[in-house]
Design a protein around this ligand. Sequence first.
Ligand SMILES: [Mg+2]
Length: 326
Amino acid sequence: VTEGRVRRLRDVGEHAWIGRWIGRLARDRGHAGVIIGPGDDAAAVRTRRGTLLLTTDTLLEDVHFRRGWLAPRDLGRRAFAVNASDVAAMGGVPRFALVALSAPGRTPIAELDAVMAGFSSAARRAGARVVGGNLVAATRLGITVALVGDAPGRIVTRAGAHPGDVVFVTGALGATGAAVRRLRAGRRASLPAVPDRVRAGVALARVASAMIDVSDGLLQDARHLCRASGVAAEIALDRIPVARACRTAVGRDAAAFAAVAGEDYELLATVPAARLAAIARLRLGCRITAVGRIVAGAPAVRLVDAAGKSVPTVRGGFDHFRPLPA
Ligand SMILES: [Mg+2]
């Protein structure tokens, strides 16, 4: 076998590899207690006492952040918040967290303490508790979190969007993307905190047909939702809520940049026309903007201008093993 014949992770890509295993693991979905198996923002399982939401995510040095981009305390906060975002995207509330740290032996104790302090205080503020963890030696700093959440009401998945539904997004997009772009270029910028959308997620779960959090970029996450729902979407470029910091940093193309930048951790929700009136009555704790609509067709997302014409998108969103051109 020649070197070139070996299929590698970077040839397949993050989403295709995960998708293959979701297909294989789907056979276990018939197992008593599995309400939502792999493939959504979080899994949902039934226990004797009720339903639990389960999710896990990692922040790794030189992949998600570089030393110096974030104060250790903010890194800890961020590790909790990105996991809480996945629980929020199901309409859930964070309850219990496990945290596995990896760090080089040369790491100052004060630095690791600050990471944990940031993590545990973020958990406490969200009404969750850190109930365990692990520490291993590594060449780089990393935080892997497993988060358990409650589902106070309806659980919303990525599947369930129908043609005619309106696509909403909370908050504003592009601020983190603009900061990361500056940091990558060796310039100064502060990474915005991950927004807390737990309350918005619980409220939206009452009316949404489908929901996902925006981690890979608005267009890519809309694509994930479309694939799970078996529908297509049209997103209006001029409706995208662009963060002021993004507009300042990027200028004229800020909306197109915000559509693909990622790491916003806002919520993308689809709402049937019949439930639109209820949106205004929800106490979300943040702004919400209608950015497009669900249409019939093969799963795809079309970015359109004010006249309804397709706008070509340059970049496709984040994939760990298919790095985007700089
Ligand atoms: Mg997610």
